[in-house]
Design a protein around this ligand. Sequence first.
Ligand SMILES: C[S@@+](CC[C@H](N)C(=O)[O-])C[C@H]1O[C@@H](n2cnc3c(N)ncnc32)[C@H](O)[C@@H]1O
Length: 228
Amino acid sequence: MSTPPTEAIFSNIFNTNTWGSMESVSGAGSELSNTAQIIRELPALLRELRVQTFLDMPCGDFNWMQHVDLEGIDYLGADIVDELVQRNNERFGRSGRRFGKLDLLSGDLPKVDLVLCRDCLFHFSHADVFRALHALAESRSQWLLTTTFTYRTLPRNGDIETGGWTPINLEMAPYHLPPPRRLIVEGNVTEAIIYPLLEGSPRFPQTDRSLGLWLLDDVRETLARIGR
Ligand SMILES: C[S@@+](CC[C@H](N)C(=O)[O-])C[C@H]1O[C@@H](n2cnc3c(N)ncnc32)[C@H](O)[C@@H]1O
């Protein structure tokens, strides 16, 4: 049986609420209780980087992003699921805030100052992660801010079928990106991996689910260096 195309996989996830959250069709990781720290930290990073054009891809249902202060920034939210994009435009579209249908895997992405690609690459096979990194690098956008799990000692980067999930660490094989230039630790507890505690270690959640910041020039160089 052939693999269903990405659009069909994620439309089905949307239509059946596969990720099971009552608050967000993008899953528990997109609930407000799990995104409070990025809602607070993201505006300062965007200002520090002087971001004027911002591509949020994938935007999902815009559940938490609607609470981020994007004053003065031209925002484009993009997703592969048509109905999500239409619904977002109806509910949240306004001047300086648009939503469009884009496929991260197909290339031809707009050039912006910063692309946020949160909670997406970890749903992709290795081949699709590389396809996405190439598409982002070829867009000639400047910055990529994307999900990465920073701990290294537990299984990482499984070659799943697109539509599944694996904790991704972009600094490790087969991706080998350099250390991120900034890291926002999300502090997400319910969707983090709770690591086993060693005897006597502090009793707080050990969560390494983060947003890492890379220059897309560095991503392009890495892809060339590792020949992928
Ligand atoms: C877990 S949600 C994350 C949404 C959002 N980034 C957030 O933080 O709430 C993953 C999203 O990726 C979208 N997606 C999957 N493959 C895509 C692709 N090739 N191009 C664009 N969006 C894609 C899905 O439709 C889904 O909305």
